[in-house]
Design a protein around this ligand. Structure first.
Ligand SMILES: Cc1cc2nc3c(=O)[nH]c(=O)nc-3n(C[C@H](O)[C@H](O)[C@H](O)COP(=O)(O)OP(=O)(O)OC[C@H]3O[C@@H](n4cnc5c(N)ncnc54)[C@H](O)[C@@H]3O)c2cc1C
Length: 397
């Protein structure tokens, strides 16, 4: 089947959806997703989304992001993300996203390597709250069509320019989708790992396709392992125990019930300490205790974690749970500039599949939803401007 659209977006997580919402509504947009629209990592995000609370927090937020990233971050991108954060939160609230509130306004939580609480959250299902609201807004747009169970298999390259994609649909077979602009928003690489918190269908397809076409890639070895996922012998996706549980006071114990690490250090350091401890103890996991957190707080802030652990046989309000590190996030990816343009003309990449350098060598907790949204909006603005330039060019020709 051959199709023509103006913009094609590969992926329906936060990055793809926010792009669609910010693109001009007089442009025809086709979105495809390999699975159904609810099966994206964006729906799984638990802990929350960072925001610059006030001007006084700028230096400390910038430093926390750089330090977690081992100072390998692109400073310009970090600055853009932090400076845009309040506008993005305003957009989300405008789309109906509800964040936890206190008497003075928003309530903030804290995660590892943040020097102060600056994370907005919705129980422990922040990703579901944000993504489902964005998805319902996109579904209202008359200019957007979403095709589920449709997998991009290649891009169409013509004279060094991206002219669309090739895809395989479960219902319609092979498809050639031509477009003025292509946006890759196809998420991470967790599906290529045995133990990962990601959906198994997220296998870095856009990255492999880009490699084949000589598109610039960056930091392919920068993979984040999350220190705490619930230990299980069952096959499949690992269940995340959000870092905000440690931010609220949970501690890690070795097999003798002794603490062995500062739980709020950056993820890579806590992960290394857990691996070393498991080796010393000859175990496949360490223990996480929520004894220091009030039972009410556990139930109200982490209802999803409570429920899931109960299903696995653990009551987190009464007992320790076994946890183990697992693949979680990909800092590297398709190199993009600060407008999310790749090294190939007419081809953009946003979200986890892209690398705009915000995260450096290691992502600071709760920066990825924000980074995805900020740079998706910039991609949309750039495309809008490029259409404007085309019109100007035609007028003066
Ligand atoms: C368990 C978990 C908890 C997390 N918690 C947080 C948190 O608290 N805060 C935070 O900031 N970040 C968190 N993250 C990270 C964050 O959720 C992701 O980085 C972010 O949602 C990525 O969004 P995305 O739009 O780039 O990709 P995704 O949401 O993963 O979407 C990818 C989309 O691409 C589609 N796709 C993939 N390949 C193809 C293909 N070949 N053809 C067509 N479609 C394709 C998929 O079907 C999907 O629709 C968490 C991640 C996980 C897994």
């Amino acid at each position: 089947m051959k199709m023509k659209t103006e913009i094609v977006i590969v992926g329906t997580g936060v990055a793809g959806l926010f792009c669609a919402l910010n693109l001009p509504q007089d442009k025809e947009i086709l979105m495809i997703t390999k699975s159904d629209t609810k099966s994206s990592d964006s729906f799984l995000a638990q802990g929350g989304i960072c925001v610059l609370r006030d001007e006084d927090d700028y230096d400390s937020y910038f430093e926390d992001t750089m330090k977690a990233g081992h100072y390998e971050n692109r400073k310009e991108s970090v600055d853009i993300m932090i400076r845009s954060s309040r506008e993005i939160i305003g957009d989300l609230v405008g789309y109906g996203v509800e964040f936890e509130r206190s008497e003075d306004g928003f309530a903030y939580t804290r995660e590892g390597a943040h020097s102060r609480p600056r994370i907005l959250y919705h129980e422990d299902i922040t990703g579901k709250e944000i993504t489902s609201r964005l998805l319902s807004q996109v579904k209202k747009l008359k200019n957007v069509t979403i095709l589920e169970y449709t997998t991009m298999t290649d891009i169409i390259e013509e004279n060094g320019i991206c002219a669309g994609i090739l895809a395989e649909s479960e219902t319609d077979g092979s498809m050639e989708i031509r477009a003025d602009y292509t946006i890759l928003a196809s998420g991470g690489i967790g599906g290529t790992y045995m133990h990962s918190t990601n959906y198994p269908h997220l296998t870095g397809d856009a990255i492999e396709i880009s490699r084949k076409h000589g598109i610039r890639l960056e930091h392919l070895d920068y993979v984040q392992i999350h220190p705490t996922t619930l230990y299980s012998k069952k096959p499949g996706r690992r269940f995340l125990i959000s870092e905000s549980v440690r931010g609220e006071g949970a501690v890690l114990y070795n097999k003798e019930g002794k603490r062995f690490v500062n739980e709020l250090l950056p993820r890579d350091i806590v992960t290394k300490a857990i691996h070393e401890q498991m080796e010393k103890d000859g175990t496949d996991y360490v223990w996480l205790s929520m004894d220091n957190i009030k039972k009410e707080t556990i139930r109200s802030h982490f209802p999803n974690i409570c429920r899931h652990c109960l299903e696995e046989g653990y009551d987190v309000t009464k007992e320790w749970i076994p946890v183990v590190p697992a693949q979680h996030y990909f800092m590297g990816g398709i190199w993009v500039d600060s407008d999310s343009l790749t090294s190939m003309d007419s081809l953009f990449a946003v979200g986890e599949t892209s690398c705009n350098g915000v995260h450096g060598a290691n992502r600071l907790a709760s920066n990825s939803l924000l980074e995805s949204l900020v740079f998706a909006k910039r991609a949309a603005a750039k495309i809008k401007a490029m259409y404007g330039e085309d019109i100007k060019g035609e007028e003066t020709a």
